[in-house]
Design a protein around this ligand. Structure first.
Ligand SMILES: Cc1ncc(COP(=O)(O)O)c(C=O)c1O
Ligand SMILES: N[C@@H](CCOP(=O)(O)O)C(=O)O
Length: 467
């Protein structure tokens, strides 16, 4: 299996090289050269299988010969044994035809654990064989950082630097990162937005000298292994609802567009999906892009679903690449121009292609609050504000076939956002018993301006100090 850049100017590389590389040298994102597929019979056979087994089959299609199948299977088994629920990602019925896919039973209570627990093991596996230690940098609007710190802390072959936007994430999210005492972890509060953090990460990758000096890698959803691992739960949820015999619609709370794009990946692998709804909060660049064909950056506003306070959705470039017929030159032109102007008019034919599967929905703060309360009153479920954005979008969704089951991704445990949930529903969600109490632990993090050179200097010192 080979991987090509969305900008068409980097040579194709194998799976493990693509995973470790993060961003392609031309600034694009790696995607598989061709889509691996499952037959309908193979998909149907996933029903009732342990999650780890389905994960090994789906991720294995992308890994190819780079890792022996039995080693990958073992990594999947270990990764998903860290989850508190036997089903790993249970599907819960809210109402007839309406389901929640609970993705928050991992160690840091957000969907990021599903991929990150596997990535931590995969990096260890590869880097220990190469006697190599890499510096992983990640930008986080709250959840990727905690999941990455948990997955990589204490590992001998990786050091991790997490950049988060100052004052714009919840205390629980912050503490999942900043209370780690391991020497290979550094957390940095950046005076800016998540978009600033992500721009710094991308600039770091494009500085060859820096990239080599610290042996840079990335575990944001720029990393194909993240997308591959996140595509698995679309299969398990759909087959539980009788796919491939019937189609399912997914409503995905969306920010950086990794999860919604992973749903698209599942469709390219053969999963029949009726619709993918990208549900955003008031940071609605993607909802607008799907609805009116203009991908236009606005100012980031702070909401009660902070992990989705994003205006530049990294993975949209991957979908654009597909929609323009895998034209790397056009994708490079479009996204370089977007980086400087903040505007991309999607060609009508590409927009029509996207609309065959995707639609956008933007949910206001008031509707998010109302949905937390109404979901509690009507179903007894306490949901977090990100999940509420998805549920609110599902409540107004009209499908061609109203009998199509709708699955809303429940992306975080409500206890990660206790203030917002208490304000909306009058209940204070508590963390599951197995989760350590981080509220009294001392925190350790640095504060830096949103400036790539300053952050790179910090990372150099951190990586150098680690030997
Ligand atoms: C709880 C939660 N929900 C939804 C999202 C949005 O997911 P994505 O960035 O893959 O669109 C995030 C952040 O990624 C998140 O942390
Ligand atoms: N919402 C994310 C933002 C980063 O997304 P990623 O999927 O690209 O890692 C977060 O919680 O950090």
């Amino acid at each position: 299996m080979r991987y090509v850049s969305t900008r068409g100017e980097s040579p194709s590389i194998g799976f493990l090289d693509a995973v470790l590389a993060g961003l392609a040298p031309d600034g694009g994102l790696y995607v598989p050269e061709r889509w691996p597929t499952f037959t309908p019979e193979e998909i149907a056979a996933f029903a009732g299988q342990p999650y780890a087994k389905v994960a090994a089959a789906v991720v294995g299609k992308f890994v190819g010969d780079d890792v022996p199948a039995e080693d990958l299977a073992l990594m999947c088994e270990e990764a998903y044994s860290t989850f508190a629920h036997a089903a790993v990602v249970p599907l819960k019925q809210l109402a007839p035809g309406r389901h929640l896919l609970e993705l928050f039973h991992g160690p840091t209570l957000a969907f990021k654990d599903v991929a990150m627990q596997l990535l931590g093991r995969l990096y260890d596996y590869v880097l220990s064989r190469q006697s190599r230690t890499m510096t992983i940098i990640c930008a986080t609007s709250g959840d990727t950082g905690g999941a990455a710190v948990e997955a990589f802390r204490g590992r001998a072959h990786a050091r991790i630097v997490a950049l988060f936007p100052e004052g714009r994430i919840s205390e629980v999210q912050r503490r999942f990162m900043t209370t780690a005492t391991d020497k290979n972890v550094a957390c940095v509060s950046i005076q800016g937005s998540f978009d600033d953090c992500q721009a710094i990460v991308k600039q770091a990758f494009q500085d060859d000298q820096f990239r080599h000096a610290v042996d840079l890698s990335g575990v944001n959803s720029i990393n194909w292994a993240r997308i591959a691992a996140q595509s698995v739960y679309f299969f398990t949820a759909a087959v539980a609802l009788c796919a491939p015999a019937r189609k399912v619609a997914f409503v995905v709370p969306t920010g950086n567009f990794g999860d919604a794009y992973a749903a698209y990946v599942a469709t390219r692998m053969g999963l029949p999906v009726a619709r993918i709804v990208a549900a955003t909060n008031s940071n609605d660049i993607l909802a607008r892009a799907f609805e009116d064909g203009r991908y236009a950056r606005g100012a980031v506003s702070a909401t009660q679903s902070p992990a989705m306070d994003i205006q530049v959705a990294s993975n949209f470039e991957r979908l654009y690449f597909e929609a323009v017929g895998r034209d790397g030159v056009e994708t490079g032109r479009a996204f370089r121009a977007f980086a400087s102007t903040g505007l991309l008019d999607i060609p009508p034919s590409a927009h029509a292609k996207m609309r065959e599967l995707f639609q956008g929905a933007s949910v206001s703060e008031a509707d998010t609050t109302k949905t937390i309360l109404s979901t509690l009153n009507e179903t007894g479920e306490v949901i977090d504000p990100h999940t509420a954005v998805g549920v609110a979008a599902a409540n107004v969704l009209r499908l061609a076939d109203p009998a199509t089951p709708v699955v809303v991704l429940s992306t975080a445990h409500p206890a990660k956002f206790p203030e917002a949930v208490a304000a909306a529903a009058g209940v204070v969600p508590t963390t599951p018993r197995a989760t350590p109490d981080l509220s009294k632990k001392p925190e350790k993090f640095d504060r830096l301006p949103a400036d790539a050179e300053t952050v790179k200097a910090f990372v150099r010192v951190f990586a150098g100090g680690q030997g």
